[in-house]
Design a protein around this ligand. Structure first.
Ligand code: CAA
Length: 380
């Protein structure tokens, strides 16, 4: 498969790289330490078109393909995964779902401000007792006249405190199981919609993760996306694309750590020579480089499948499973190559190692990706 990037894709790559160096790198350690959301940076990402990259320009998006999106995600994630997860969730879990399945009125009202970055979105599926087992939704959306009344709790919601619009998956007809689930658009400030405290996390500490509580929130029926009972399929289809974004994030974290380790190994001396001249280090670099290249192929392949309108359930799951493992393995080795300095915050690699872990958990754990992959290969 030939992944030669076009002129336009190379420009996007350079723009994302420049943004990461000039806007994300300054203050990234402090934001991580203080768990500070990159508010100004996200605003600028929106102004530059990174928050609605694949959305049709008629809704205020950049009208780019998925490959351009993953290239940008990789560059941003090399420096700041807390900022890149905002890009990933807004693009793939919120804008894509709205554009693909929303009606014209919903697109005008919600997609347009989300794509331009004027508003931020969140995707609300996980619950205290429904993480991997996503069909077991306990949040209810019960029909009453021209409204749904929403009750329940959502957990680990990215952009939970900072979002303006929330796509909430909830059970309307429990007797129908997953076929009774709906997806509704909720707005911050709707009476009965409460935001819990920010989670204190191991990694991506600048990103804004909260529980959300719904107590008799009245949501107009016109805020339901798709037919009655479409909510679970909406979540599955949207997550298949989301996994490409997270795979690209994992790839970027790995590539960022590798680049730092390579540079360090050419500067740091031991036993009278730069440490890259020791086979112990050179072989680590060889393994890291090979793993990253393999992950990049899987991530690009999944993006191309989506762009070519081919089924990407399998390729996105494989890309996320593999790239997230590479992110863990490579960041651990990057810390090792840095020795004592790797354990110190100013060298960045310890943060990348902490950030890598979540890529094996959110938007479907590695074990869930193996369920998707094994079911796919056994079915075919
Ligand atoms: N596209 C379309 N439909 C799909 C689908 C897909 N990719 N995957 C499943 N479905 C459909 C099935 O066809 C089935 O429908 P029918 O009965 O009509 O055929 C229905 O969904 C139920 O499917 P399964 O029987 O396969 O369901 P299951 O209970 O075995 O679970 C699962 C399947 C893949 C394990 C799923 O539950 C899953 O993906 N779980 C993980 C959830 C997840 O990724 N959570 C992440 C939270 S979001 C997050 O992290 C956001 C954030 O803020 C960063």
């Amino acid at each position: 498969m030939n992944f030669k990037l076009s002129e336009e894709q190379l420009m996007i790559q350079q723009a994302a790289k420049d943004f990461a160096q000039n806007e994300l790198l300054p203050g990234v350690i402090e934001r991580d330490e203080e768990q500070k959301f990159p508010e100004e940076q996200v605003k600028k990402l929106g102004e530059l078109g990174f928050l609605g990259m694949m959305v049709d320009p008629k809704y205020g998006g950049s009208g780019l393909d998925t490959l351009s999106y993953v290239i940008a995600m990789e560059e941003l994630s090399k420096i700041d995964a807390s900022a890149s997860v905002v890009v990933s969730v807004n693009n793939s879990l919120v804008c894509w779902g709205l554009e693909e399945f929303g009606n014209e009125a919903q697109k005008e009202k919600y997609l347009t401000p989300l794509a331009s970055g004027a508003k931020l979105g969140a995707f609300c599926l996980s619950e205290p007792e429904a993480g991997s087992d996503a069909t077991s939704q306990k949040t209810t959306a019960i029909e009453k006249d021209d409204h749904y009344i929403v009750n329940g709790t959502k957990n680990w919601i990215t952009n939970g405190g900072t979002a303006d619009f929330y796509l909430v998956i909830a059970q309307t007809h429990p007797e129908k199981g997953h076929k009774g689930i709906n997806v509704l658009i909720l707005e911050k400030g709707m009476p009965g919609f409460e935001i819990g405290p920010k989670e204190n996390k191991l990694g991506i500490r600048g990103s804004d993760t909260h529980s959300l509580m719904f107590n008799d929130v009245k949501v107009p029926k016109e805020n339901r996306i798709g037919e009655d009972g479409f909510g679970f399929k909406f979540a599955m289809k949207t997550l298949a694309g989301g996994r490409i974004g997270i795979a690209a994030q994992a790839l970027g974290i790995a590539a960022g750590a590798y680049e730092l380790a390579l540079k360090y190994s050419k500067e740091r001396k031991s036993f009278g020579t730069e440490i890259c001249n020791h086979q112990a280090i050179a072989f680590k670099l060889a393994d890291m480089h090979t793993q990253i290249e393999a992950a990049r192929h899987l991530v690009y392949k999944a993006a191309c499948d989506k762009d070519n309108n081919e089924n990407y359930d399998l390729s996105s799951a494989m890309a996320k499973l593999y790239a997230s493992k590479v992110a863990m393995d490579v960041t651990v080795e990057a810390v090792q190559i840095h020795g004592g300095n790797g354990f110190v915050k100013e060298y960045h690699v310890e943060r990348l190692m902490r950030d890598a872990k979540i890529t094996q958990i959110y938007e479907g754990t590695s074990e869930i990706q193996k369920i998707v992959i094994s079911r796919s290969i056994l079915r075919d």
